[in-house]
Design a protein around this ligand. Sequence first.
Ligand code: NOJ
Length: 555
Amino acid sequence: MLQRCILRPYHVLAMVLCVSAGEDFDWTKNERTSFYYGTFPTGFSWGAGTSAYQTEGAWNIDGKGMSIWDAFAHKKGKIVANDTGDTSCEGYYRFKDDITLMKDMKLNHYRFSISWPRILPSGLKSEHINEKGIKYYDDLINMLLDNNITPIVTLYHWDLPQFLQEKYGGWQNVSMVNHFNDFANLCFERFGKKVKYWITFNNPWSIAVEGYETGEHAPGLKLKGTGAYKAAHHIIKAHAKVWHTYDMQWRSKQKGLVGISLTADWGEPVDITNQRDIEAAERYIQFYMGWFATPIFNGDYPQVMKDYIGRKSGQQGLGASRLPVFSPQEKSYIKGTCDFLGLGHFTTRYVTLKNYPSGLGDSYFADRDLAELVDPKWPDPGSEWLYSVPWGFRRLLNFVKTQYGNPMIYVTENGVSEKMLCTDLCDDWRMQYFKDYIDEMLKAIKDGVNVKGYTAWSLLDNFEWDEGYSERFGLYYVDFRNKNKPRYPKASVQFYKRIISSNGFPNQREVESWKRKAVETCSSSNQLLAAARRKSQGNQEHAGMQKAWPVHDEV
Ligand code: NOJ
């Protein structure tokens, strides 16, 4: 690992922080390092998550249409090692085994997503409904319920039908609002008797910025300074429309909830006594979470976004702001369209002011006038961007409480990765990450934040978007080199299981024994994995000489 000794600029730049925290949250008394022993409220829901493209595989099976991720990953040079989600974890075939794993952990809920083109191959309801796709999700939902696991279902985890991209330009086109609403309505009709928690969009920030601004994600467009804002505008409208559809047509019969899942890092001012840093950190969060949350909870984009993007657009000689505008009717239609907030959170940045003079090119990042920094002391075991900073989680949760009227929150994603080549199932760093982040969430609940559930990301190692299989977020290790994709428990499975069965951290003595006990079991899993890999290597060598021997390792 690189030697780093001072705060260093991060490779992208970012946004806000509301320093006006809740009255009951005193930032100065908030000890960042002390551990709090205690338990979660009764009924707190523990779960794990995955998404369709990242785990299902079966990309062209049983009538499924192509998604933008199928198309993107099939282009050379877009994904690390040119990996694709074509087979991934083979979740489409192995969901029954996976439910057994969930049951063993005593999960209360499982968060997964529905692949839009698996159900509507072209994306259009008027064209063709793929009953085999419907059956797959129906079976999955039924089996979860049979095992007492509540399904939390995301309607859009990034896999837009490719046809809609080609024909209309995807989220650049306002017609997506109606097409998405048709798809959602079909899901409510077919699955709504059994599904009570719906998430419209997963992490729209990423859809907009990485899909339409930087092009790192599908559909790979680089429409700098405009594409992300336009995509986000349509996504927010689509979310609101789907919420209203549920509210008008299904809520009274089905009695479920519809929310959205927003992902945000925390942004901490580099110097908490410096007003310019405080404002830069505020912008960091407003351009991140506030971009979506403020219209949905309060009716319009954050003022600071309107000010900054408007001013910069003027300096660039544009007649109107690059940030689209909601009409008064739209504002009141969008406001209040969230029964619960899904929150994805992984890491934190320090933030300071950095001016981006106009003329250097428009971009979402330049619009924010800030720089991101990280502390070299923060642990960063896996993904380059993911530093473990547990105290940022408590701050973000309190920010949500203060800014958006203390909504009901389900943490929909939280976790940490390791690199592909790491085959050590004794994942001490992940146990530490979960322990510390979950504890900060417990402290936030004590602060009065209304958190109802927690979802570890992810149940399985899976396709990590443009990073392919090079980063592993799973509680379970997946051997992708074996065509059966066997799963092996990492030590964090045992550790998370104990958090769940104790509903928190009962006392120091007990919690301290958990890691020791988890490590005892993972060494035998390590041996199993090593033996299976040796066998599969042997098989491959043999296959090299004798041509194509299938590999059949099981856990
Ligand atoms: C958020 C995304 O929703 C999820 O799909 C991804 O795997 C995690 N971040 C980790 O990067």
